[in-house]
Design a protein around this ligand. Structure first.
Ligand code: DAH
Length: 338
């Protein structure tokens, strides 16, 4: 038996395992339940009592050796396996298709850039608002008829929680928390209880602008809007048409002269050459008072515009719904307009 074990050991030490398949055959032949090492152990019964301990130790050594051979080869093959994977990584790179920015984001970033360069900062507010910030503080007390201009999604009636109908609510929050001089723009999503069609949706995006300091006048508003129009549209003819908003006095609508150079220009401007772009005005003294700013000391202007309208104009999109459908064929068209 000792002789048999010795030969076994010799044979084991000279074994060469070359691949995973051979490793598995080795395991089956030597280490499995019905393998050679198990059968060696079963022969231990025939060994005399005085030799049992010694022979048992010898078989154990063989078992340890076989296990070592198995474990080492296994590590070798699994690491050569990862070498294999590493080699894969060195193959030519699969080119991933670059995504594109959403047209709303492109327009938003363009507008933000224009205003950051002239000293404005960015402010944001919650989409779920209370009545005070969305209406009352903006000079729209309860039952004010102008509330009907913006069909509202109410979440709760008492206390009033609603989905903000405009980003003008951020003006109020900003004035409550900051002292003049204030120069801020507030981009964000707003909601209105409106039917969904090619021209309107139940949510859209706006950017609000607010400038409060000593001696801010209508001329400052006009010049800032002219600068904005030149930068964004490359157009330098504007007009301010009298309008009404409860939070500004006087209020105006900004039109830009788009021109009538193509058939599309006739269609977009309804043959007039002029396009309405945004609402604006001088911040009503009541609004300043509501936010703890003294209207005798300070004055300011505000404006608000819809991003969808601008994106549709710049990229000739004629159905607002395409902006929210996430159709990759539509979105891919904007991959060059970062
Ligand atoms: N909040 C107005 C709207 O959603 C837009 C607007 C008009 C904002 C005039 C202003 C402003 O700040 O001065 O229709």
């Amino acid at each position: 038996m000792t002789e048999e074990i010795k030969n076994f050991k010799k044979k084991l030490s000279s074994i060469k395992i070359n691949n995973e398949k051979e490793l598995e055959s080795f395991r089956l032949e030597y280490l499995s339940k019905k393998g050679l090492i198990s059968s060696l152990f079963s022969k231990l019964k025939q060994v005399s009592k005085e030799n049992k301990k010694f022979v048992g130790q010898q078989i154990n050594e063989v078992k340890i050796l076989a296990n070592e051979i198995y474990d080492l080869s296994k590590i070798k093959f699994s690491s050569s396996d990862s070498n294999q994977k590493f080699e894969d990584y060195s193959k030519p790179i699969k080119i991933l298709k670059l995504g594109s920015r959403h047209p709303i984001s492109i327009v938003k970033n363009k507008i933000i850039d224009i205003f950051l360069k002239i000293g404005f900062d960015i402010s944001e507010g919650p989409e779920i608002e209370d009545d005070w910030h969305n209406f009352t503080a903006l000079n729209l007390p309860e039952y004010h008829p102008a509330r009907d201009m913006q069909d509202t999604f109410y979440i709760n009636k008492n206390p009033d929680w609603l989905l903000r109908t405009h980003t003008s609510s951020v003006q109020i929050r900003h004035m409550e928390n900051n002292k003049p001089p204030i120069r801020t723009i507030s981009p964000g999503r707003v909601y209105r209880n409106e039917d969904i069609s090619a021209r309107s949706h139940c949510f859209f995006h706006q950017i609000e602008g607010l400038y409060i300091d000593n001696n801010v006048s209508f001329v400052d508003l006009k010049q800032t809007l002219l600068h904005f129009t030149k930068e964004l549209f490359g157009k330098n003819k504007i007009r301010l048409r009298p309008s009404y908003f409860p939070f500004t006095e006087p209020s105006a609508e900004l039109d830009i002269y788009w021109g009538l150079n193509s058939e599309a220009d006739y269609r977009i401007t309804k043959g007039t050459g002029w396009l309405e772009i945004l609402g604006c005005g001088m911040v009503d003294p009541n609004v300043l008072n509501n936010c703890g700013i003294d209207p005798k000391e300070y004055s300011g202007y505000a404006f608000g515009l819809g991003l969808e309208r601008i994106a549709m104009l710049l990229y000739q999109i004629d159905d607002i719904r395409t902006l929210y459908e996430n159709d990759i064929r539509f979105l891919n068209q904007f991959s060059k307009s970062i």
